[in-house]
Design a protein around this ligand. Structure first.
Ligand SMILES: [Zn+2]
Length: 406
């Protein structure tokens, strides 16, 4: 644009000098005239060219790799990750971004500590794959990380690749959080009331019968959290619900560009469900092998860096205002090993190890999803069992008793 403007200005003055006003060239008024012309030209170019940078920006954002060779990524909506697969098949045309774009979003500072920022992450595992116990658990243990496991109660021990109740009890004994992922992994947005009650209330009872008090429901395939009939039933049985797909969960639910919320109320004044609320905690399903895509571990590691560091602007004051919640599914020892096991979606063990090492080496604190508390008076989330000085909602939630609510 600068070159374009300079060319125009130069051309105008050059022509003026050579032709009609050549006689005025030496006039004392000429310099003033030409200077005014330049100023007017610049002003006009600024007005006319106002849309050009936007067009250029739009183009650069849309010039992203195709799904064949690119990195799954986000729309402009809060840079929502969209690792297309089992948990977001319902979301259709989501743009992708490059690792370069991810780096620029973070100002290039994606590999190290950032000041005194509070860096938090929540790690979730869905579906109850045995591979989570075999491969992920030892890596979590190595760093002392705890995670939340959303398990499909009706599938426990029904196949060798699902965990059994002894496995789940061991996870729980070691400090892991056991939560419900329904009875059969059904699409909750398509069910009758009776079927919904079976999936939502029945799984609560199913886990209770095996000694687990589940307080959070994870929506299979992220479906149903936008339907009042589903959400109202979830609210009858659970304290919280987790769906997707966003890279960050904002404790005030006010960080979503296209969904202006002032708090985490479940419904808007017009009766519509909000984008984020206690029954719609936002998370990012995260894997690089699925029945739709096959992304290389280095590409996925860049996406991981982008997601876990996207909290930095929100938490730069030392308070926790936003938390990335990352959801893993199956794990495999080799990217070549992938075979579809009923909507399987996998992460390689090496990549998972690399990601956990990154969190450890860069000072991330890993929290369980059930460390989310919810203040129904002010409609905000808070974090249980962290110093109040680090809690983003200290002023509103300080009087709440933390660590005792379900
Ligand atoms: Zn699932």
């Amino acid at each position: 644009m600068k070159i374009y403007r300079a060319t125009i200005i130069k051309s105008v003055c050059h022509r003026v000098n050579r032709t009609i006003l050549s006689n005025l060239k030496k006039s004392p008024y000429f310099q003033t005239f030409c200077s005014m012309s330049v100023v007017i030209t610049i002003v006009m170019m600024l007005v006319i060219g106002n849309s050009f940078p936007n067009m250029a920006l739009s183009r650069s954002l849309s010039q992203t790799p195709s799904s064949g060779g690119g990195i799954p990524g986000s729309s402009s909506r809060a840079s929502a990750p969209n690792i297309n697969g089992i948990h977001n098949q319902s979301s259709s045309a989501t743009p992708v971004y490059s690792s370069q774009a991810a780096s620029s979003i973070l100002g290039g500072n994606i590999s190290g500590r950032v000041g005194s920022s509070s860096k938090i992450v929540m790690i979730n595992f869905d579906d109850g794959y045995k591979s989570q116990l075999i491969y992920a658990k030892p890596i979590l243990d190595k760093y002392g990380f705890k995670a939340s496991f959303f398990i499909v109660c009706g599938k426990v021990a029904t196949q060798p690749y699902w965990m059994n109740w002894q496995d789940i009890a061991q996870l729980n004994k070691d400090g892991m959080d056991i939560e419900s992922h329904t009875m059969t992994h059904a699409h909750l947005n398509k069910l009758s009331t009776n079927a919904l009650t079976y999936e939502i209330g029945g799984s609560k009872q199913c886990f209770a019968s095996h000694g687990f008090n589940t307080t959070i429901l994870g929506y299979p395939l992220n479906l149903g959290s936008d339907k009042p009939s589903v959400v109202n039933l979830v609210a009858q049985y659970y304290n919280l619900g987790r769906s997707g797909t966003d890279p960050l969960m904002f404790l005030n639910c006010n960080g979503y560009a296209k969904d202006l919320q002032t708090d985490c109320s479940t419904y808007l004044a017009n009766g519509k469900l909000t984008h984020a609320n206690r029954y719609d905690i936002r998370s990012a399903s995260f894997y690089h092998i699925s029945n739709k895509h096959n992304f290389s571990p280095p590409e996925m590691f860049q996406v991981f860096l982008q997601i876990v560091n996207s909290q930095i602007p929100s938490n730069s004051n030392g308070k926790i205002n936003a938390i990335p919640i990352i959801v893993y599914h199956n794990l495999t020892t080799s990217i070549q090993d992938y075979t579809p096991i009923s909507h399987a979606s996998s992460t390689t063990v090496d990549l998972f190890a690399q990601e956990m090492k990154y969190l450890h080496d860069n000072g991330f604190k890993v929290l369980l999803l059930n460390q989310f508390g919810f203040d129904p008076t002010n409609n905000v989330f808070y974090i249980k069992n962290v110093p109040s000085s680090a809690n983003g909602n200290t002023t509103k939630a300080a009087t709440l008793i933390r660590g005792t609510s379900p």
